[in-house]
Design a protein around this ligand. Sequence first.
Ligand code: DHB
Length: 310
Amino acid sequence: STQTQIAGSVFANCIMNASGVYCHSAHELDAVQQSTAATFVTKSATLAPRAGNPEPRYCTVPFGSINSMGLPNHGLAYYLDYVSQAQRDFPGKSYFLSITGFNVEEDLALIRQVQASDFAGIVELNLSCPNVPGKPQTGYDFEAVARILEAVFALYQAPLGIKLPPYFDLIHFDEIAAILNRFPLAYVNSVNSIGNGLCVDAASEAVLIKPKGGFGGIGGVYLKPTALANVRAFYERLKPEIQIIGTGGVVNGSDVFEHILCGASMVQVGTTLQEEGIGAFARLTRELKEIMAAKGYQTLDDFRGRLKTL
Ligand code: DHB
């Protein structure tokens, strides 16, 4: 079985979409809902709907993708309505709602709106969008993270996790983990894209996407060693009540297995889902099950976090 559990909610599978992919519209979310995915997370919602950055704003490259979407979304009320309906249609199933404010006041306004709704799932507060011109990635400002979490948990005690950008320095893991351990977080989701990479087309001597002079978040195969490092580093540093969701570089069943081995309790798929479509969930699940069967593992608990060192 690939069953898992996040914040007390049980999921029949441990693979789901990463926010940003297949989750902008009701139509896309329906497709994830009807697939073998564990559940869905919605596109990061802002208070008001946003059109996002000018196109082209996503491009596939041989080892992954670059994007600078700029938070196109239908606004929080749309996603709350969608999840509310899903909760009625499939009682007993839990959903992830991604939200992102441009400052702590907006984060609190979003949280208040969630609180006033019938939402019964898990909130994912995105602290790592790299693509809004002039706005820094919150996750790299450790004092801001502490301030936001203080304010959020003063208001909201239902299950809430955060999506973080990748970190690249062991001291940074020590510092951010010490802050996160002060809060009743349900989980940490690592990683968002590697922010502000640049992909170049040599033939045309041009960038691949229009916003920000071609700079954008890097996903896909490029991301895997960084993602695994972040999953592992947080697994080793966070208190056991804070679970890990692993995101980054999942192309095949072994990638899912590796994320879990490093400590992930759920694994999210972004670029591969965007490129392959909804069938990716069934394929990845079958490949994970094949690896588990070959190794004689019955459940994720048989190997989660049990990465060996030399
Ligand atoms: C967008 C990209 C992200 O990586 C993110 O976390 C949120 C939003 C975007 O460009 O839409």
